[in-house]
Write a protein that binds this ligand. Structure first.
Ligand code: NDP
Length: 294
């Protein structure tokens, strides 16, 4: 058996196309462009790449990216001042602060200062709480993308055994809530889980977000399972060339599962597409307009 490769790039493109149509319709109603403020502190090369990708993707769907690049020497008070200014700016629909922040700044304090209705990363405790209690909320982009990808190969997730490996605030924990909304039966595994291979083998839907290259092996996977690999790990490939791999041994998974996301080209592209979708949602909600169903 060879699994289907879930093409995250194509699914993300389709989502961006829908977002673009809805952005145009909403901008017409509001009489202005939607704006996404992206705050980057310092010059971490990886962060610069992420910010560039987010800026480019926003432009593609006609959301106006506003880049706020600040020197690493910015004080916490100054950064909080910038966030307050963006909160008050009616033409800013979404605010994201690229992590990591320099050590002298309390990242939690900064993220919690973002107005929840503009928190397009979905990290603010108000959004976390609303998601957990089943209220309208902005959900973090990566787990949202995982659910969209799983649904491209499963008509319904209801009643399926879902196992999530990893319990971070940005992936594993919000994914629990999103899968419960889909009526899956959810197990969360982490570094203290006993018999991790056995737990994984129970999964009809296996989500892995641990940051360990090719950690989950083929014989941990239930035949016919859907495998969504969130991990992004840079390793030395053949000939000393570096390459990106996921948290799942892809070639092994392909022989057992029914569908697998590749790395790169799986969850990664969905994260940015869902971020844009969140910006559209945030703008509509703030304007009191029913958000489009994408
Ligand atoms: P964190 O480091 O915040 O969390 C890792 C989680 O994995 C923890 O819950 C940890 O358990 C668990 N874990 C670590 N080692 C093991 C192990 N041996 N067995 C079982 N569980 C283990 O990571 P993130 O959630 O931020 O990211 C995870 C991966 O996903 C990374 O590779 C990251 O680059 C990638 N990522 C990709 C995104 C995308 O857009 N595609 C977006 C975000 C992340 P414990 O809690 O017990 O310590």
């Amino acid at each position: 058996m060879t699994a289907k490769i879930i093409d995250g790039k194509a699914v993300a493109q389709a989502l961006r196309d829908k977002v673009k149509v809805e952005v145009a319709a909403l901008e017409k109603k509001l009489g202005r462009k939607l704006g996404l403020a992206v705050v980057l502190v310092g010059n971490n090369p990886a962060s610069e790449v992420y910010v560039r990708n987010k800026t480019r993707a926003s432009q593609e769907v006609d959301i106006e990216p506003r880049d706020y690049k600040r020197d690493a020497s910015i004080t916490e008070a100054e950064l909080l001042g910038l966030v307050a200014q963006l909160n008050a700016d009616n033409t800013v629909d979404g605010i994201l602060v690229q992590l990591p922040l320099p050590d002298h700044i309390d990242a939690t304090r900064v993220l919690n200062a973002i107005a929840p209705e503009k928190d397009v990363d979905g990290f603010h405790p108000v959004n976390v709480g609303q998601l957990a209690t089943g209220l309208q909320a902005i959900a973090p982009a990566t787990p949202s993308g995982c659910v969209v990808l799983a649904k491209t190969v499963r008509n319904s997730l209801a009643g399926l055994e879902a196992v999530i490996v990893g319990r971070s605030n940005i992936v594993g924990k919000p994914l629990v809530q999103l899968l419960l909304q889909e009526n899956a039966t959810v197990t969360v595994a982490h570094s203290k889980t006993k018999d991790l291979p056995g737990v994984c083998r129970r999964a009809d839907l296996l989500f892995v977000a641990i940051g360990k290259p090719e950690f989950v092996r083929g014989d941990w996977i239930k035949p016919g399972a859907t495998v969504i690999d969130v991990g992004i790990n840079r390793i030395q490939g053949e000939g000393g060339k570096s390459k990106i791999v996921g948290d799942v041994a892809f070639n092994e998974a392909m022989k057992v599962a029914s569908a697998v996301t590749p790395v790169p080209g799986g969850v990664g592209p969905m994260t940015i597409a869902c971020l844009l979708s969140n910006t559209l949602y945030a703008a509509a909600m703030r304007a009191g307009i029913k958000p489009a169903k994408l």
